[in-house]
Write a protein that binds this ligand. Structure first.
Ligand SMILES: [Zn+2]
Length: 107
């Protein structure tokens, strides 16, 4: 997260509505992220995770990881990535139905 646009993208993906895009907000978000990351690393030292439980979200281009002990989930969140993926599939199906057949002759 280097720019205000990155901050806006992150806030949208995290479901944080109307986050003020100022330099102070960006600095605070970066500081929070770094603090959380340091806490996460400390927790990993104390309680190493079972890496067999880690899955990769199928909706993300950047491979967001999440815990899924039974490997039954496709997305990190059903409400976020799951809904976006389902909406995209629905859009593609509707678009394909409306498209003229490839062998149609235009007049
Ligand atoms: Zn995801």
């Amino acid at each position: 997260m280097q720019t205000l646009a990155d901050l806006a993208d992150w806030a949208e993906q995290a479901g944080i509505p109307a986050l003020a895009g100022t330099q102070a907000t960006l600095d605070a978000a970066r500081e929070l992220r770094e603090t959380l990351f340091r806490s996460f690393l400390a927790a990993l030292d104390e309680h190493p995770p079972d890496l067999r439980s880690v899955s990769i979200c199928q909706a993300d281009n950047y491979g967001r990881l999440f815990l899924d002990r039974r490997h039954l989930r496709r997305w990190c969140t059903k409400e976020g990535c799951g809904n976006r993926a389902k909406a995209a599939r629905h859009y593609q199906r509707v678009k394909a139905r409306r498209a003229p057949p490839s062998h149609a002759i235009e007049v």
